[in-house]
Each structure stands twice: as C-alpha cells, then as structure tokens.
Design a protein around this ligand. Structure first.
Ligand code: FAD
Length: 378
C-alpha cells in the first residue's frame, strides 16, 4: 500500500457503500445491475483503472484494480462485473489491440458507454478451450461468425464482446483467434440471463452469433486484419495470471468480510445465557477462520507484488486461485454454521456470500484445471 492507494481505497469504499450495497436485493430480483452504474463508475474514474491515460484510462496499476475488487467484495456486492470489464477485457485490448482498436474502444469502456465481456465458454466446452466450435470464416474483408456461447459475465449489458473463435478448425490451439464483436452488429443475439445458485445480480448470459459479419479489422491486434490470426490461444494464456488473481482477491476479501460479520453476529446473539461468541467452539472456529484468511492474504499479497513486477507465472497464479477459493468456501461454510438457521436465510449477507463463493472453484478455470497446470511443473 502507498499513500496514493490508500486515498484511492477511500474513494472505492465510498462508491461501493453508496452505489452498490443499497441495491443488492433489487439487482438480484432483476438479475442484473442498473446499466447506469457503469456511467457513474466512469464519472468517478473507477473504470479502466490500469489502462494508460491516453486511452481514457486511469493510468494506475494492478494495485488499484486489487483495491477496487477488495472493496467491492467487502461491500457485499457480487453483481457488478467490473473485474471482467476492467481486469480482463480492457487488458486484452490494451495488450494486443492495435492503436486504432485501442482508440476506438478503450475510451468508451473508461466512460461506461461500452461494457466489455469475454466469450470463451460454449455449451459443449469450457475447460477444453481448444475445442471451441464457434467459427469465424474469412470472406473478403470480413469474418462471418457462427456459434453459441454460454455463462458469459456482463452478457446482457455488454456492448463489446471479445469472442474466442476458430479461424482454422483443422488446427487445435493454433486455429483460435480473438475477434472483437460490437453487440449492435446484425447477427448478434442475446439469450437468457441464466438462473444461478448464487451471484443473482450478475447478468450471466447466453450469446449467439448467426452469420454475424465483422470487418477483418476487428481481429484483435491484427494489422491489416490478419497479423494475429491463430494467436488467440497464446493471447488468452498470457492474460490468465491476472484473471486468476482477480478471483483470488475476491476470495480473500470475502473471507475477511465473513469473519467480521460472524464475530459481530455471535457477539450479539445469546444461547444458554451467554453470547454465542463465548462458547469455546465459536471462538476456536473463528480463530481458525481468521488464520486461514490471514495466511491466504500473505500468499495473495506476494502474488500481487510479483504481478506488479511482471513476474507472476501461470502456475503461481493457479496456486493462488485454487488455494484461496477452496479456503474461502470452507471459511464461509464454517461462518454460516455459527449463524444457525439465520445463516440459511437469503436476507442474511452470510447466506449470500456462501452461495456466491461456490462458483469461484469453477470459473476462471476450474480448480481441477489449476492443479493440472501446477502438476505440469512438478
Ligand atoms: C457464474 C459464471 C460466470 C462465468 N463467466 C464466464 C465468462 O465471462 N466468460 C467465459 O468464457 N466463461 C465464463 N464462465 C464459464 C467458466 O469459465 C466455465 O464454466 C469453466 O471454465 C468450466 O467449464 P465447463 O463449465 O464447461 O466445465 P467442464 O469443462 O465440462 O468440466 C466439468 C468437470 O470436469 C472437470 N475436468 C475437465 N477437464 C478436466 C481435466 N483435464 N482434468 C480433471 N478434471 C477435469 C472440471 O474440473 C469439472 O469439475 C462462467 C461460469 C459461471 C458459472
């Protein structure tokens, strides 16, 4: 932490308390946040935090992103897909986009005019990304895209989707390209906002492409529209450490929030003539949970520092992702137990945290895939 980051934390905390926390029930009911939130966030400078100022971004570092996601999780919000927008999509554009692409899309993402999504997963394939079936066939100066994606965060509100498509189906990973699709293009169709066990305020959606035509200039990074064709898988792999770190940040912040919330509750409620907190079991459970959060944070902080130096590798980030999400699920379950029946009531934040956390072991690459990656280095 630095003075600058501390000041930024105050701004983020204030924004989350005013603009996120009060709307949780309504957003869960409408299965998405208010579209207006993106504009509000853009106005106060919370979008594209670590993108250079010349493209409308905040000119900050990943540390600013980390602070925002931490404060978001602590405020109890899990609906706003800002980590996908800021931490993933903007970075695909910034890292691989040519200057024209960056000028065209990043300033609009920074103002909230354009919401970003990344569409890798399909109904038939998730972990096995090389096997995507969405096709982008070149016809003259255009790609014609056909296919279906599912589980796409920001899917209902996105104005720009980075689509993972096969430009050469005869090849595996080398046949994959990333193509930017503006959602007002004919042939783009949104499906359902999916009903989930948790993350009720997040607009996780199906997307369909039916003979959707985009100029070859929409190939991410392709000068003359072709230079990066077939490099999509490499581009995806290079961004993975940051994407997994985002999930780990939220997991550790959720552990902190759950412990704080449970300490508060168990000190207020009594049974057998004393505070629940005073039972040795409660104290020991919470002591263990607080320890798990602290120990997880130590490794997470180390990973953030490595990432800021550009040194976080894929296995290191995979360790952070599986470890912190596994711990978070355990800690949240133990905290929920200390709430008794109230812990199972949706109106209690601990219940929401518990259901929201479950998916962290699945998305961003499942924890089994994380262990697969780590084991390759052993
Ligand atoms: C709420 C939510 C938001 C999401 N947001 C996005 C998004 O914005 N963009 C996007 O593209 N995707 C998104 N996803 C998709 C997510 O990344 C995938 O669900 C995930 O990668 C797993 O893919 P799958 O669902 O196809 O499971 P599968 O790949 O079918 O896996 C099923 C099971 O098999 C196991 N398995 C698979 N392969 C192996 C192996 N080699 N070794 C051991 N076990 C294996 C898995 O670990 C898992 O337990 C989201 C998902 C959810 C639920």
């Amino acid at each position: 932490m630095t003075e600058d980051l501390r000041a930024f934390r105050e701004l983020a905390q204030d924004f989350c308390a005013k603009e996120l926390a009060p709307h949780q029930d309504r957003w869960a009911e409408q299965k998405q946040i208010d579209r207006q939130l993106w504009h509000k966030a853009g106005e106060v400078g919370l979008l594209c935090l670590s993108i250079p100022e010349q493209y409308g971004g905040g000119g900050g570092t990943f540390a600013h992103e980390a602070v925002l996601y931490e404060e978001q999780a602590r405020s109890g919000d899990s609906g706003w897909g800002v980590s996908v927008h800021n931490g993933i999509v903007a970075h695909y554009l910034n890292s691989y986009g040519n200057d024209e692409q960056k000028q065209r899309w990043l300033p609009k993402m920074a103002s909230g005019e354009l919401v970003g999504a990344v569409a890798m997963t399909e109904p038939g394939t998730g972990s096995d990304l090389q096997n995507v079936q969405t096709r982008a066939v070149r016809e003259g100066d255009e790609y014609v895209i056909n296919g279906a994606k599912t589980f796409i965060t920001n899917g209902a509100q996105a104005g720009l989707v980075v689509v993972v498509a096969k430009t050469d189906p005869a090849k595996g990973a080398e046949g994959i390209s990333l193509i930017c699709v503006e959602t007002d293009t004919p042939g783009f169709r949104r499906g359902r906002v999916l009903d989930k066990v948790g993350l009720h305020a997040q607009d996780t959606s199906e997307l369909f492409f039916d003979d959707l035509r985009v100029p070859v200039a929409n190939l991410l990074g392709g000068p003359e529209g072709r230079g990066t064709e077939g490099l999509g898988f490499v581009q995806l792999m290079q961004q993975l450490p940051q994407e997994r770190l985002l999930i780990a940040i939220t997991a550790v912040a959720a552990m902190d929030a759950a412990v704080a919330e449970t300490v508060r509750y168990t000190k207020e409620r009594s049974a057998f003539g004393r505070e629940i907190f005073k039972f040795q079991n409660t104290k020991f459970e919470l002591a263990e949970c607080a320890t798990e959060a602290e120990v997880s944070r130590a490794y997470l902080d180390q990973c953030i520092e490595r990432h800021l130096r550009g040194e976080l590798d894929v296995p290191g980030a995979a360790m952070a992702k599986w470890w912190t999400t596994e711990r978070a699920n355990r800690v949240l379950d133990r905290c929920l137990q200390l709430f008794g029946g109230y812990g199972y009531m949706a109106e209690y934040p601990i219940a929401r945290m518990w259901t929201d956390a479950r998916v962290s072991k699945i998305f961003g690459g499942t924890n089994e895939i994380m262990k697969e990656i780590i084991s390759r280095t052993l």
